[in-house]
Design a protein around this ligand. Structure first.
Ligand code: ZN
Length: 492
């Protein structure tokens, strides 16, 4: 049998799941002040008394008293058992559920430890904020920040701070005992080259706290302020509360700034996000020292209908755009738009928005290229379309990409375009498409548990009832759906 699901995994799952998105996808929520509301899915009512809190990641019904977190919602709403609910939530995030081997496998993290991790991150952020104003280097740092065009308001909004130049700034302040020192090392705020000797991981850098969707500080990005002082950007390595491929810098702040995000702009660096916000463009996010992953795209398309990727026009920028495009295809449902903006040579969003201002910059976004254009530009650049061999090559390059897209509208669009390039009709091309995604999306919506499968089989083949051995204890088994199964068995 499969082993226990590690506690850490369940904690992570809850941290990565947004209960507002989850319930909204099933029930449909309306924003009401700080919280969200709907008519309760668990009792009959005409005016909404069911509320969901983004901050607390909790739902509560004032009518029937139903309440809980994302896991209990899925259990109640989808009538799933605990383990199946975990599987369901994990599948939404494209995660495999790990199982423990043997009885105990390393120390488990308690909720208390976890809280203290977030506390320590927050205290560190506050420490860096304090240093920005009070460290001996403060004047130089503040000059630098002003030179980058940032106001005090933006610095505060993004909780920007300064990591002191000393080897033991943070360590002395927040590593008062052995346990605290170990925790600093575990959260990668400190390093330990020789046992027992900890020193600060970030030194003499401008600090950008990275917050999760609940606004909790989970990591930092540090930027040097002068050239030749090590790598320009230094990010927290992955820790037990920080998973790079999932988090986007600025997403929390963008969500805070808007009731509903009509579009989100993906840029490359923290400085870009912050500089754009300074100019009133409060919907930019940055991947954290990685390419834009499929998980990023998934998160973004659950948040907004239009994602605009902003890259340099050079080779590296084009490559990054291509990776983002490939990763986004599986999330292009009807009504979702993916667009690209390529900046002039030598410019980044930070420099450009300061030079030309908000309106001109947003004009660029308004005339962004649709992903279709970027896709065909890239592929036909590499292929000679005057030959049959080239046309065949384009066909075999495009079809697998089209198959990844769930929207039939976009599929047909791409096929039409492809057909024009290689002299085939849309219908001819359509016949060559495999569409496993349709199957896939049904499974996504409806978790097939063993019980559901058993009931389904019985409905289709009532004869099978004879093959079920007589089990007197069947009714006592505590499995969701057992009553329905027994009713079918008896009537079959
Ligand atoms: Zn209720």
């Amino acid at each position: 049998m499969a082993g226990k699901i590690p506690r850490n995994f369940i904690d992570d799952l809850l941290a990565r799941t947004d209960i507002v998105e989850l319930i909204d996808s099933k029930v449909g929520l309306k924003k009401a002040g700080k919280d969200y509301q709907a008519c309760c899915p668990f009792h009959n009512e005409k005016s909404p008394s069911f509320t969901v809190s983004q901050d607390k990641q909790f739902y509560h019904c004032f009518g029937c008293g139903a309440n809980g977190n994302a896991i209990s919602f899925v259990m109640e709403y989808d009538k799933l058992e605990f383990v199946d609910a975990i599987e369901e939530l994990a599948s939404i995030l494209n995660l495999d559920v790990p199982r423990e081997q043997g009885s105990s496998n390393g120390p488990e993290r308690t909720a208390e430890q976890k809280r203290s991790d977030y506390d320590l991150m927050l205290h560190s952020a506050r420490f860096y904020q304090h240093q920005l104003k009070h460290h001996a280097n403060s004047a130089t740092v503040i000059d630098y920040v002003k030179g980058r065009g940032l106001s005090g308001e933006t610095v505060k909004k993004f909780m920007i701070g300064y990591a002191p130049s000393e080897w033991e700034g943070l360590c002395l302040q927040l590593g008062r005992n052995k346990e605290q020192k170990e925790q600093l090392v575990e959260l990668k705020l400190a390093s330990e080259k020789t046992p027992g000797r900890q020193f600060d991981f970030f030194r003499d850098r401008l600090m950008f706290p990275i917050r999760d969707k609940r606004g909790r500080v989970i990591a930092f990005g540090g930027r040097v302020m002068q050239a030749d002082q090590g790598p320009k950007y230094l990010n927290s390595p992955e820790t037990r509360i920080f998973h790079k491929g999932f988090e986007l810098y600025g997403l929390y702040e963008a969500k805070q700034a808007h009731k509903k995000l009509d579009h989100v702009l993906i840029v490359e660096g923290y400085m870009d996000v912050v500089a754009l916000s300074e100019q009133g463009i409060e919907y930019a996010v940055a991947a954290l020292g990685t390419a834009t992953t499929a998980e990023h795209m998934h998160t973004l398309f659950r948040t907004t209908d239009r994602v605009i990727c902003c890259y340099d026009g050079d080779r590296a920028g084009r490559d990054a755009a291509w990776r983002a495009l490939e990763n986004a295809l599986p999330y292009l449902n009807d009504g979702k738009a993916l667009q690209f903006v390529f900046l002039p040579d030598g410019e980044d969003p930070d420099s450009l928005v300061q030079k030309e201002g908000k309106e001109a910059f947003e004009q660029r976004l308004a005339s962004a290229d649709d992903f279709t254009k970027v896709l065909f530009n890239k592929l036909s650049q590499e292929i000679d379309l005057t030959t049959d061999a080239g046309k065949a090559k384009l066909l075999s390059a495009v079809l697998p990409l089209v198959e990844k897209i769930p929207s039939e509208f976009y599929q047909e669009n791409l096929l039409e375009h492809l057909g024009r390039l290689i002299g085939r009709t849309k219908e001819q091309l359509n016949n060559r498409l495999k569409t496993p995604k349709q199957q896939h999306s049904i499974e996504r919506k409806f978790k097939i548990t063993p019980m559901r499968r058993a009931i389904g089989l019985l409905i289709q083949h009532p004869n099978l009832a004879h093959a079920v051995p007589y089990l007197p204890d069947l009714a006592q088994m505590n499995i969701a759906g057992i009553e329905l199964l027994i009713r079918f068995l008896t009537s079959c």
